[in-house]
Design a protein around this ligand. Structure first.
Ligand code: NI
Length: 172
């Protein structure tokens, strides 16, 4: 396994629409293992393939909390097939926006259809943090980011901070 570099905003690759996975081969399995390792190391509760530069519809999530054992989810071509009308704000972060946290309004529960690592079609019924993480990561597959869910004023502030961070890193 390997740690992968995480792309941060305002990198234009984060705005790409990811393509469906056609064949679940060893390269997909390796990518998912590396994505999980990268997510745990960050640490984070979700990561999409585009955040490590791969424009394929792949997401990994683990919202298990200590002291519960890890519960990694590997989702290929995930799709939201149902969402609760009920919604609520939740403070979200994103590994592509280091140290930025914003309240985002999302459905309180979702059902997501996906292919598992062996290509089996499955449906997960999620609520709470898992439902939030699924909606956030599936957004990434369509180039939609955390900042698209906040006001223009907040978005501009965050994007300015990200550009400053980028300049500082470039100067190092
Ligand atoms: Ni994110």
């Amino acid at each position: 396994m390997a740690l992968l570099p995480i792309i941060t905003a305002p990198d234009p690759r984060l705005r790409k629409t990811s393509q469906p996975v056609q064949t679940i081969d060893d390269s997909v399995h390796t990518l998912m293992a590396d994505m999980l390792e990268t997510m745990y190391a960050a640490p984070g509760v979700g990561l999409s393939a585009i955040q490590v530069g791969v424009a394929q519809r792949i997401v990994v999530i683990d919202t298990a909390k200590d002291p519960d054992p890890p519960a990694p989810l590997r989702l290929i071509n995930p799709e939201i097939i149902w969402r609760a009308e009920e919604a609520g704000p939740f403070e979200e972060g994103c590994l592509s926006f280091p140290d930025q946290f914003e309240e985002v309004e999302r459905s309180a529960a979702v059902h997501v259809q996906y292919l598992d690592a062996s290509g089996e079609s499955r449906v997960i019924e999620a609520e709470g943090l898992q439902a939030i993480a699924l909606q956030h990561e599936i957004d990434h597959l369509d180039g939609v980011l955390l900042v698209d869910h906040v006001s223009t004023i907040k978005r501009n502030i965050i994007m300015r901070r990200m550009k400053k961070l980028q300049r500082m890193q470039a100067a190092e």
